[in-house]
Structure formats: structure tokens, C-alpha cells
Design a protein around this ligand. Structure first.
Ligand SMILES: [Zn+2]
Length: 410
């Protein structure tokens, strides 16, 4: 649990609450990025290196890069509309691009011409007008999609608690925009039911299937059944995984649930139980998001002896929460390595990660690989310590190292 942070650098003018717990109706606060509000985390240390017993087996390989939530908070939208999304996350491109597949969760519709009330209006273009393009409930101009594509993202999660922030038509328009930008999506379908609840991504000769779900749609009724719900539709989720697992053409099933308690660095039994059930049903790995902070990872051995992997929460890829705590700004870029053995079966060979941090520099918010900051490394020791306490030093991929999920085999 995180103690509601003290306001160190903000002046509050008016009460009111958004989903971030932030006061609304205030001017953009003066930001002192060195004034980081306190977290109160349990912070369970890693028990040691995370290794997989078949790491060094020969076979064909594929590597998946994954990050947590892309949160288009108001300051980030304003920055991006003025100076481009590249200034927000472009610096991460080279680290995202050297995996075969890159995944992240986009925590917002990209629905043109829909106000937050649901009214259909003329689209204002890429401006934060607080009417069509807004902070919670979110909507971000579809220009973000081309930028994410340019930053090497191949597939985005569309099942999250903000999926219906522009209602049913907003889902349709979001999926249209993603298709137009050439970026795959998972977890939502159009009201006309075109599309599937799993998404096929073929890379490097591997047929990978992604399956997404969300714990909630923030109380907005999913009347057209467009979003996969983790708990309400548990049996549909599990049967989807089972049938993909039974398909001989499918090499691996990656499930990306949007779940967990916000601002808690510990998964609950609810997530742990569902994770294990999903893996028993045949998934290879689970990559979670929503808590806005990191949660531990786990190697889980299924009853049929498969070594599978869970990252309970990858935190935020990029965000600018009103309360600037260290844990909300610190995250990881995860690399998951898979091998297809001579028997045609695919297994996890290893995982690596890069600690990342959303910093304020030169008037811009941007996400950066901490170990790449050179002389600035010393400036963010707390963020790095948070990540390496949770995941250990052994699994870190340093800038300058080739992407290799099994360096122990060299
Ligand atoms: Zn969420």
C-alpha cells in the first residue's frame, strides 16, 4: 500500500478528484522534479537471479519486449501536441526496437470527435481541449499511434479500465485508428464484432498469440461486449487460452491482463490464482499492468512441467501522475526470450530487463533507460535501487550489451 503522498511541490487551489486522486480545477502545478513524494512500499527483494532450466537448449529463438502503461496524462499530451510524442518516449526506441516484437498497454482511447460526455463533435485535431482530448476519462489524439509505431511498438493492449472512456463508438474509432497506423491491438473488438479476442503476431518464424483482459471498465457498461473481462469472463478467457494451446500452428500464448491494486507493489491472491490458472490452461507467459508501480515477477512450473513466467505489473512506461512518486516514475523494459526446441515446442529461455525512469529534463517529460544516463546515473540512484531490489542485478541488461536473454550460455 502506498501512503497518499504529501504535496511537496504543488499548490492546491480547488478540491475535486480524478482517478489519480489529484485535485482538479487547478492550474498546471509548478513542478520541481527533484521533489519526489514518498511511497510506502513493501518492496519484496528478489530472491536471486531468475533463470530457466532449458536456457541453453538449442533451437530457434524469438524475443519479446514489453512495457507497462502508456498514460497520456494532461502534461504529456500538452507536451506532445506542442513538441511531438518523440520528446516523450522517442529516446527508448533503440531499446524497444531490437526485440522481435514490442508490446505496451495504451491506457486511453484514440477516438476522434467524441467529447467526454459522449457527444459527437467536430474533431479539434491534436490539441488538449479538455473536451475531446482529455485526462481522466482519457482520450488522446490518434497521432500517438504513429509515434508508438515509429518507436517500434508492434502491438498495444486495448483492454484496460479506460477502454470505454469514449463508450462503445470510442472503441470502434480507436481500433480503426490503430489499424490505420499499422499497429496491432489486443483485448477489444468493434461493436459489430469484427475482430477476435486474441491477436496473432508472426515474427522470426514464430506464431505468437496475444490475449488481453481487464479487471474493470471503470463502471461503464460494456453493452456491446467489446472488451475481455478478466474476472467476469474468466471461463471465456481460459477457454480461449486452451483452444490456442491446442492449435498446432501456435507457438506461444502471451496473456496481458490489466489487473491488480493501484499503487501496491504486491500482487493479491486474486491475481496470483488467475495467473496460475491461465498458465495451467496453456499460456507461456503473463505480462500484467495497471497498478502504476512495479510488482514482482515469478517463474511458475505448471503441473505438466512447463516453466512459465509472470510479470505481475510492469508499472508505467510513461506517465505524469499528479503525485510524483518514485515508484510511479520507475519501471522496467522487460525482455522475454522464447526458444522452439527440436520437438517443435516453445519454452521460456530467459528474461532480462532495463530499469527505466520518467524524468523531467530540458522542459520535457521523457522516459529514459536509467543506465544510459551517463553522468546522470548518480542522479537517479533511488529509482535504479527500487528496480534492482525487486528484480536483482543479475537479470539487468546494460546499454551497450547485445540483447541476449541467456547470457549465461555464452
Ligand atoms: Zn489501468
Amino acid at each position: 500500500m502506498i501512503r497518499r503522498a504529501a504535496l511537496l511541490a504543488f499548490a492546491i487551489a480547488a478540491p475535486g478528484c480524478s482517478s489519480d486522486g489529484a485535485p482538479t480545477g487547478v492550474d498546471d502545478p509548478v513542478v520541481d522534479e527533484e521533489s519526489i513524494a514518498e511511497d510506502d512500499l513493501a518492496l519484496t527483494p528478489a530472491t536471486g537471479p531468475l533463470r530457466f532450466s532449458r536456457a541453453c537448449r538449442s533451437g530457434e529463438r524469438v524475443t519479446i519486449a514489453a512495457v507497462g502503461d502508456v498514460m497520456p496524462h494532461e502534461p504529456l499530451q500538452r507536451q506532445a501536441y506542442a513538441r511531438g510524442w518523440w520528446t516523450v518516449f522517442g529516446g527508448m526506441t533503440k531499446w524497444l526496437d531490437d526485440a522481435h516484437v514490442t508490446y505496451g498497454n495504451l491506457e486511453s482511447p484514440t477516438a476522434r470527435g467524441i467529447a467526454y460526455t459522449g457527444a459527437l463533435v467536430a474533431d479539434p485535431g491534436p490539441v488538449f481541449d479538455d473536451w475531446v482530448y482529455t485526462d481522466t476519462p482519457f482520450n488522446v489524439h490518434r497521432g500517438i499511434l504513429g509515434a508508438l509505431r515509429s518507436a517500434a511498438f508492434d502491438i498495444l493492449g486495448a483492454a484496460n479500465n479506460h477502454a470505454l472512456d469514449r463508450f462503445s463508438l470510442g472503441v470502434d474509432r480507436t481500433l480503426d485508428a490503430m489499424d490505420a497506423a499499422g499497429i496491432a491491438h489486443v483485448g477489444a473488438v468493434r461493436a459489430t464484432r469484427r475482430g477476435s479476442f486474441s491477436t496473432r503476431v508472426v515474427r522470426n518464424g514464430f506464431d505468437l498469440r496475444f490475449v488481453a483482459c481487464t479487471f474493470s471498465t471503470n463502471g461503464i457498461f460494456d453493452g456491446a461486449d467489446q472488451v475481455t473481462h478478466c474476472y467476469l469472463e474468466r471461463s471465456r478467457l481460459l477457454s480461449t487460452v486452451r483452444s490456442l494451446r491446442a492449435d498446432p500452428d501456435v507457438d506461444a500464448v502471451i496473456v496481458v491482463p490489466h489487473w491488480g491494486a493501484e499503487y501496491s507493489d504486491t500482487p493479491r491472491l486474486k491475481e496470483i490464482d488467475l495467473a496460475h490458472e491461465i498458465l495451467e490452461a496453456g499460456a507461456t507467459a503473463i505480462i500484467g499492468s495497471h497498478p502504476h508501480v512495479l510488482q514482482p515477477w515469478e517463474k511458475y512450473v505448471t503441473r505438466d512441467g512447463r516453466e512459465t513466467f509472470i510479470a505481475y505489473s510492469l508499472g508505467n512506461f510513461v506517465s505524469r501522475h499528479y503525485y510524483l512518486t518514485l515508484a510511479r516514475r520507475t519501471s522496467i523494459l522487460l525482455y522475454l526470450g522464447l526458444t522452439r526446441g527440436s520437438d517443435g515446442k516453445t519454452f521460456v529461455n530467459g528474461v532480462r530487463y532495463m530499469p527505466i525512469y520518467t524524468r523531467y529534463s530540458g522542459g520535457n517529460w521523457n522516459v529514459t533507460a536509467i543506465d544510459e544516463m551517463g553522468d546522470e546515473v548518480g542522479g537517479y540512484p533511488d529509482a535504479r535501487r527500487l528496480a534492482t531490489t525487486m528484480f536483482g542485478e543479475w537479470n539487468v541488461r546494460y546499454p551497450g550489451q547485445p540483447l541476449d536473454t541467456t547470457p549465461e550460455c555464452r
